[in-house]
Design a binder for this molecule. Structure first.
Ligand code: ADP
Length: 191
């Protein structure tokens, strides 16, 4: 299996690049943000709880997202691998991902982090908000999401650094250019 953690701040292009990676490698895409939005749309109890938190830009509890990840792993045991998008977002989630994959004799091959400066993130997210009407893509919440990322999520890079699995990729440029940087990094990873 090839398991990739695609990492980066909100607006760094994880979703866009995930689509291209899936096409090339046939991986299953697991985006915790998308899974949570599905719950919100279906108006489940979990979705109602999650929406309140998502609308502030804070993180949903580790327990909830880890539970969703475990279900996805269980459902897709025959997959050639996974791309994790927007997860793990805390050290606790990274530890739990490791445990969950170990249960299937699997591991994360590489964590690719997309690097994009704050001004560019804000610009991209405001544009997305206008185009899609996504409720957390407004200036106040965007700023909080980036702060939360810097405070709670950046430490996840140190976790993968220690295991020599972290590769930083410049997230500025055309979609294709960034994608070719990702493919290059991935080619160097032992599967
Ligand atoms: P973005 O990366 O643009 O912020 P996401 O779709 O990944 O968008 O996440 C939207 C929101 O969903 C986050 O602000 C957070 O509230 C919640 N969320 C998504 N993934 C996680 C996660 N792994 N842990 C906790 N909360 C999450």
């Amino acid at each position: 299996m090839l398991n990739i953690v695609l990492f980066g701040p909100p607006g760094s292009g994880k979703g866009t690049q995930s689509e291209k990676i899936i096409e090339k490698y046939g991986l299953i895409h697991i985006s915790t943000g998308d899974l949570l939005r599905e719950q919100v749309a279906a108006q489940t109890e979990l979705g109602k709880q999650a929406k309140e938190i998502m609308d502030t830009g804070e993180l949903v509890s580790d327990k909830i997202v880890i539970g969703m990840i475990r279900v996805k792993l269980e459902e897709n045991q025959d997959s050639p691998g996974f791309i994790f998008d927007g997860f793990p977002r805390t050290i606790e989630q990274a530890r739990e991902l490791r445990k969950a994959l170990t249960d299937y004799d699997e591991r994360v091959g590489v964590m690719i982090s997309l690097e994009v400066p704050r001004e560019e993130l804000v610009k991209r997210l405001l544009k997305r908000g206008e185009e899609t009407g996504r409720s957390d893509d407004n200036l106040e919440i965007i700023n909080n999401r980036i702060d939360v990322y810097n405070r709670q999520t950046i430490p996840v890079t140190y976790y993968y650094d220690k295991m020599h699995k972290h590769a930083a990729v410049d997230g500025i440029g055309s979609v294709d250019k960034i994608y070719s940087r990702i493919v290059e990094v991935n080619g160097k990873v032992k599967k």
